[in-house]
Design a protein. Structure first.
Length: 724
């Protein structure tokens, strides 16, 4: 059947293949076209990729005596009687009752919403109908409410599966207001049968053959119109060859775009740093101790990148306390030895100050040429007579490392020779902020860092154009944080531990999910609890308060007092996730721990145990009704490995929620699932790289459809995906 055959004669001239407006398909018309357009279905091409959200198995048919309540049942029976009658209070409601029967009994079908004239004329006593629907038990008899009923034509066998009312595997589409499910299935059947064969194939034929993937036409037909022998379980789990073909194509287009971005980046030229023969000796000379094997591996990857004439574009991920800053400092030494400057951008002033002190101490004794390396600080608080000399020294390339906040990307900040951009906690900066820092130099090397490990499949998707390095071990001497789960009525145990810790010279954090009390949720809040704790369980201790509604200056002031030991216990919301080192802080209490995400809990736990003493994290839970909440807290008790926790968090929450927001640059998938389909993502990445190796510009005839689809779908998204 051709596409034109399904377009009305009056509008045959409107047939434009996949661009044919959906309203000209038989069964649609202007009214239903509006309903479909509200779901994004404006053309035949849109409709082809409006896929079922599930399937019903209607292959099993029975007789009336065999109907099962609470299940979908399909059966064939004769019309015995029908009537419109009044029901409900004062007879205000009209219902349409249809009584059907076969040799084993009778059953009632009832409609509450119907067109009286069409329903009365729809049925004739004695005719044979096929029925499908969920059976309910009502007043000791079986009843179907709003079932689907299909007349059997004279001579049509009762077990003929030509319709979908009973018999076959029936697609279940997302609901569309104003269109009944059966009407929608008919429309979709018309579209698929008429136009699926017109759909151009994006994937090259040789690639499909290699991976044993069906053509796009065969895939669409199998997904919309599964045959009677289809595997219903595989369909529901998105494991059929047809479904996996669509999943692969989504992954492949993204991986291909990211690979092209990597390819374009590598065409650029950068100022190479001099190669270093003995990186271990360099590290010992700067810090006076050996780096871990993981740190050395990552340092080697960075050194190779920076000694190349191509700009580095690398993501460095590692758990809290894994030693990322030490590796970044050594990268700055490499840049300085080549005459280049390093910009080290962090999200908060207090974090900038801490990095400045640490880097100044470590790098201030490293010689470049005939002078020690110079490290300076630039934040909004550096003003007036302190600021101008720093800006002038930056322009003259007299400063080797400048540590700062957003102040680094202000217009008046200019570099003499910016060679390396280091961006810490990169997810705290927007795409344009990161790009503005990079624009301060002539294609500098870029190293972005995160203390929130990213699952491999997610990293391949949102950072697929970056090289990824992972520090997956902690320095020797770091003791794992002991994690204790308490119910709400056991919270006093945690506060007793805090008092004991403070009396021994330590400090503690207490974290709450809310700033102020919510009327809707019975949750403890930071402001109220800080007052109650200071006058109750923690009376006599110096209790401070930190929350997200404070301005940055207030937050920094409170944090400085905590770092300096003027505050014993810091009561906070999650603003301490991205925080500074407080070596004396060895107890973390998280109230309403069931309300926090898994990665969030792990980041909070990482705030303690930064010194040599054994630290403890108390997770206080008040409501464990949610299975996901119980799973999160079990994972927290079972492991301190941030990479394992990230994988578990992704599995529990899915990629969108894992990221917190749909961050710019992350492709949103219609069919693919990063957890379920991880194997296909790996294959897609491999095949995308191989294809570009053989046809870098996608100029071969067999790749033209692929290039066109790539530009149409992902060009704007992928252009925003840069991290550096």
């Amino acid at each position: 059947m051709t596409g034109a055959a399904l377009v009305s004669d009056r509008e045959r001239r409107k047939d434009r293949g996949l661009d044919t407006p959906i309203q000209y398909i038989k069964g649609v018309g202007p009214y239903r076209a509006e309903m479909l357009a509200a779901k994004g279905i404006k053309t035949v091409g849109d409709a082809l990729f409006f896929l079922p959200r599930g399937y019903e198995d209607r292959r099993r048919t029975t007789n009336i005596a065999g109907l099962k309540a609470g299940e979908f049942n399909g059966f064939v029976a004769r019309v015995i009687d029908f009537e419109i009658r009044r029901a409900g209070p004062r007879g205000r409601r009209r219902v349409f009752d249809l009584v059907l029967g076969d040799s084993t009994g009778t059953v009632l079908c009832r409609w509450f919403h119907f067109n009286p004239s069409s329903f009365v004329n729809r049925f004739r006593r004695g005719e044979l109908v096929r029925v499908g629907g969920k059976v309910e038990r009502y007043r000791n008899r079986m009843m179907l409410v709003h079932p689907e009923v299909e007349k059997l034509q004279p001579g049509q066998p009762p077990d003929d599966a030509g319709g979908d009312t009973a018999g076959g595997i029936v697609p279940v589409y997302p609901s569309i207001e104003g269109i009944y499910p059966r009407q929608l299935r008919r429309i979709m059947r018309n579209v698929v049968k008429g136009f699926a064969r017109s759909c151009p194939d994006t994937l090259p034929r040789l690639l499909r053959q290699k991976l044993k993937l069906p053509s796009i036409a065969d895939a669409l037909l199998a997904i919309h119109l599964p045959g009677p022998d289809a595997d219903i379980e595989s369909l529901l789990r998105w494991r059929t060859p047809a479904q996996r073909r669509l999943i692969f194509e989504e992954f492949f287009l993204v991986q291909l775009g990211l690979a092209m971005r990597r390819q374009q980046w590598r065409k650029n030229s950068a100022q190479p740093a001099p190669a270093v023969n003995d990186l271990a000796a360099l590290a010992r000379g700067v810090f006076g101790f050996e780096l871990t094997r993981a740190q050395m591996r990552v340092l080697g990857e960075i050194a190779r990148d920076m000694s190349s004439p191509r700009p580095m574009n690398r993501l460095l991920q590692g758990d809290v306390g894994s030693g990322k800053t030490a590796v970044a400092a050594l990268a700055a030494v490499l840049a300085a030895r080549g005459g280049g400057q390093t910009a080290f951008m962090v999200p908060t002033e207090i974090l900038a100050e801490q990095h400045y002190r640490k880097l100044g101490t470590a790098l201030g004794k490293v010689m470049v040429g005939n002078r020690p390396m110079r490290v300076e600080l630039l934040t909004a608080s550096v003003k007036g007579s302190r600021r101008e000399p720093i800006l002038q020294a930056l322009r003259r390339a007299e400063i080797d490392v400048i540590v700062g906040t957003h102040a680094l990307i202000e217009q008046q900040v200019e570099f003499g020779n910016l060679n390396l951009c280091i961006i810490d906690e990169q997810h705290r900066f927007g795409v344009m902020q990161r790009a503005r820092l990079r624009s301060k130099g002539k294609l500098p090397h870029v190293l972005v860092m995160t203390a929130t490990p990213i699952p491999r499949t997610l990293a391949m998707t949102i950072h697929g154009d970056l090289d990824v390095s992972s520090i997956d071990e902690l320095p020797p001497g770091r003791k794992p944080v002991r994690t204790v789960l308490l119910r709400g009525n056991e919270a006093s145990r945690a506060y007793d531990a805090i008092r004991q810790e403070v009396e021994g010279g330590g400090q503690a954090y207490i974290v709450y999910p809310l700033v102020e009390e919510s009327e809707k949720l019975e949750l403890l809040d930071a402001v109220g609890m800080a007052r109650r704790l200071a006058s109750g369980p923690l009376a006599g201790l110096k209790v401070g308060l930190l929350h997200g509604r404070m301005d940055q200056a207030e937050k920094d002031a409170v944090m400085r007092r905590f770092v300096d030991g003027e505050i014993d216990v810091l009561v906070s919301t999650t603003v301490i996730e991205v925080g500074v080192d407080v070596p004396r802080a060895n107890i973390m209490v998280v109230e309403h721990a069931e309300r926090f995400g898994l990665s969030q809990l792990h980041q909070l736990r990482g705030r303690v145990g930064r010194g040599r003493s054994r630290a403890s994290c108390y997770l206080v839970a008040y409501n464990l009704a949610s299975a996901d909440a119980r799973k999160r807290l079990q994972v927290m008790q079972s492991t301190t490995d941030g990479f394992e926790i990230a994988e578990q968090d992704l599995a529990i929450r899915g990629p969108g929620e894992f990221l917190g927001t749909r961050q710019a640059g992350m492709p949103l998938f219609d069919y693919a699932d990063l957890v379920r389909d991880a194997d296909l993502l790996e294959i897609a990445r491999r095949e995308a790289t191989a294809l570009l190796d053989s046809d870098p510009e996608l100029n071969l005839p067999e790749n033209r459809n692929l290039l066109a689809e790539l530009k149409k779908k992902w060009s704007s998204t992928l252009s925003l995906a840069e991290v550096g």
